[in-house]
Design a protein around this ligand. Structure first.
Ligand code: ZN
Length: 344
């Protein structure tokens, strides 16, 4: 409790700081910064205070307190305390001005760690909701090892906010990252979640509604590169599909050289990835009634050819995508026959 009183004097000092500093501290809350620096802490009861080992002096018993609401720290061991800028001055031996410049660079959103935590949380929920497992079954996904490998999870709605807040992430940050909506509720509600990773980092989350409305959703920001490109790029022959459920059923029956563009429109990075070495790309987009999948496939084939990439257009039966092909009884042999019949 002593910590609470110690904050008072420090806070008064804060009133004098300028508008820019105030904004910077809003953009990058102290606790978020400390977590980025791998500071581990536990919450004290249900309040806004956290305690952990002091990053400013050697110790074995935690005496470094952070009040997330006040955005201040205080250490009972070394007696240091203050705001984010004070912490940077002390920990990096910088002047006030240098600290501001340093923090300005650091204040890009800590997207990785939040999305990583959210993905892990959703993954833990999957087994607890029969409706989610039922949905995976319906989409032909049966292999528990693959479900685990793809880190598929479930967002029941209404529980992520509590989980992340308990770990000290600010409401404001979660809202800016889009995991909470403008009303402050979980953005994903009753959705199967696939984390989109790049270089081992979660860069976005894809949520497929298990109900009818608004089937596909991403968080704001880039969907990243091609799905699982780190493992697929080694292949000289690549199968490109639109959706993650297409990819999942293909991987399940052994077509591990399938990747996914998360829609028919490839972003610049995804396009460049396909062109990063000579290869043959099997374009396996949906064969839908309005022909949009096939039109996109034709245009992409032309663009890839212009870069020296060989393409084949795989023609699924009418009205099918790779997922529905397998769900409705198609097997690996039949799909292989489609690949072999694909036209350039
Ligand atoms: Zn200390």
């Amino acid at each position: 409790m002593l910590a609470v009183f110690s904050y008072v004097g420090i806070q008064r000092e804060n009133c004098a700081v300028g508008e820019d500093v105030k904004k910077l501290k809003q953009r990058l809350p102290l606790l978020d910064y400390l977590r980025q620096q791998s500071w581990t802490a536990r919450p004290i009861a249900l309040g806004p205070e956290f305690v952990g080992l002091c990053p400013l002096h050697p110790e074995t018993r935690p005496s470094f307190y952070v009040n997330a609401r006040k955005n201040l720290f205080y250490c009972h061991g070394c007696g240091q305390g203050g705001d984010l800028i004070r912490f940077v001055q002390l920990s990096r031996h910088l002047s006030f001005r240098q600290s501001l410049a340093y923090l300005d660079q650091q204040s890009a959103l800590p997207t990785d760690s939040v999305l990583e935590q959210a993905a892990t949380f959703y993954q833990q929920q999957l087994d607890r909701y029969p409706e989610a497992l039922r949905y995976l079954q319906q989409r032909g996904l049966r292999d528990p090892a693959l479900i685990k490998e793809l880190r598929i999870g479930y967002a029941p709605g209404g529980s992520l906010r509590r989980h992340l807040a308990a770990q000290g992430y600010s409401f404001d940050l979660l809202q800016r990252l889009g995991v909470l909506n403008s009303q402050g509720h979980d953005a994903f509600y009753r959705r199967v979640i696939f984390p989109c990773c790049q270089g081992g980092r979660v860069v976005n989350l894809y949520g497929r509604s298990i109900a009818a409305a608004f089937a596909h959703r991403f968080l704001p920001g880039s969907k990243g590169g091609l799905f699982a490109w780190e493992s697929v790029r080694q292949f000289f022959t690549v199968i490109l599909v639109e959706g993650l459920f297409d990819l999942a059923v293909l991987w399940q029956v052994g077509f591990r050289h399938a990747t996914c563009s998360l829609g028919t429109h490839l972003n610049v990075e995804q396009f460049q990835q396909l062109c990063d070495r000579p290869r043959t790309v099997y374009l396996t987009f949906d064969v839908d009634a309005n022909g949009s999948g096939q039109q996109a496939s034709q245009q992409l084939a032309q663009r890839l050819c212009a870069q020296g990439i060989a393409t084949r257009r795989v023609l699924l039966p009418n009205g099918h995508d790779p997922n529905s092909f397998f769900v409705q009884g198609g097997d690996a042999g039949q799909f292989q026959a489609l690949l072999e019949a694909a036209q350039s």
